[in-house]
Design a protein around this ligand. Structure first.
Ligand SMILES: [Zn+2]
Length: 360
């Protein structure tokens, strides 16, 4: 008797994925907790972030709306404003007096120097006048610093620029001048400082710069590196390789590279993100804090082209860029200057209270 035949299924052995799952209950707990605080009080607005979103240094996590101001707070702020305005008027008067004393001391010194070289007065007498002129210079600098500190007009009350100190001002011209109480461009995620030792400027210039670049970053879709070159040394005066940059009002900014290029690449015209340059120039122009932006005439054509493509009308183009009127034309915020072919050179204005700041 033979057993009945059984039909079986047969397949060849092969490799394949195997998944094993465990079904059990569990609890999760954050291993590291971060408490986020704010230095001001107010109401937390809705955040646009969701759990698990990737964030980077400098990103906005949430916005806080200030609480409504009551009548008493308004009265206090008004009183503070009136006091600040009185201090400012005092400082203006003190600065004017110190400046006229200095002028007097300098002309006295000049006269005595003539007498001294002609042999009419001795070294000691001459030295006395030289010291008086020196002392008058120090007193004028102090008065000017107090004036700059008393002026709140250009001090933004929010954003990264609010942290920049007052009191830094410029004396003389960018090509023959100095910086007094210079403030340093702070480190930031918005830009990179190539030469922190030569990143000093006037309070007016640095505040505007930090504010402009921060807003440019928030509004622009450019996320490459923005590299800042030299501004001025802490006390200004000459920097090797530059004719100007002496009074804390000039800053070189390397032309921003197109996406995907290594940071060390030289920004030749084809490698530059001209739309980003245009956005930068617009931001500087809109601030009203800049008198001139230098860029080689050969490159201005590219800037002109993207500006036109971005919809700038004729009037705006004329106001913004010297091109196509020739490299000697004296119109347009962006002007030709030889040697400015891989960077923009931005010149900030003198603030109203910088009475000895000179040169456009
Ligand atoms: Zn320069």
């Amino acid at each position: 008797m033979t057993p009945a035949t059984i039909t079986v299924e047969a397949v060849a052995a092969k490799r394949g994925p195997l998944s094993v799952s465990v079904d059990a209950q569990g609890r999760t707990r954050a291993k590291l907790r971060y408490t986020v605080g704010a230095p001001i009080s107010g109401r937390l607005m809705r955040t646009t972030l969701r759990e698990g979103d990737r964030i980077e240094q400098g990103d906005v996590l949430a916005r806080i709306a200030p609480p409504p101001t009551d009548a008493r707070t308004v009265a206090t702020v008004r009183a503070e404003l009136a006091a600040a305005q009185a201090r400012q008027r005092q400082a203006v008067a003190a600065q004017a007096e110190a400046a006229s004393n200095l002028k007097l001391a300098n002309s006295e010194l000049a006269r005595r120097t003539d007498l001294y070289t002609q042999g009419f007065i001795g070294t000691e007498a001459h030295e006395t006048y030289a010291q008086a002129a020196q002392a008058a210079t120090s007193r004028r600098d102090l008065a000017q610093a107090m004036l700059a500190a008393a002026v709140a007009a250009d001090a933004p009350s929010s954003g990264p620029a609010a942290a920049i100190g007052p009191g830094g001002f410029s004396v003389g011209r960018p090509s023959d001048g100095r910086l007094v109480n210079g403030v340093q461009i702070p480190a930031s995620a918005d830009y990179d400082r190539r030469y922190p030792g030569s990143a000093w400027g006037t309070s007016f210039a640095v505040r505007h710069l930090v504010d402009i670049l921060h807003r440019w970053r928030e509004e622009s879709d450019y996320d490459g590196l923005l590299r800042l070159g030299a501004m001025s040394r802490q006390r200004g005066r000459r920097i090797t390789g530059h004719r100007s940059h002496q009074s804390g009002r000039d800053l070189d900014i390397r032309l921003p590279l197109r996406a995907g290029l290594p940071d060390k690449t030289t920004p030749t015209p084809r490698r530059v993100d001209w739309a980003a340059v245009h956005a930068l120039v617009q931001a500087f122009a809109a601030s009203g804090a800049v008198t001139q932006i230098f860029l080689d005439y050969q490159l201005q054509k590219r800037l002109y082209k993207v500006a036109r493509e971005a919809g700038a009308d004729r009037r705006t183009l004329r106001r913004l860029i010297q091109f196509p009127r020739g490299s000697a034309a004296t119109r347009g915020l962006v002007r030709h200057s030889p040697g400015h072919d891989i960077h923009l050179h931005v010149r900030f204005a003198c603030a109203d209270y910088e009475s000895e700041c000179a040169g456009r």
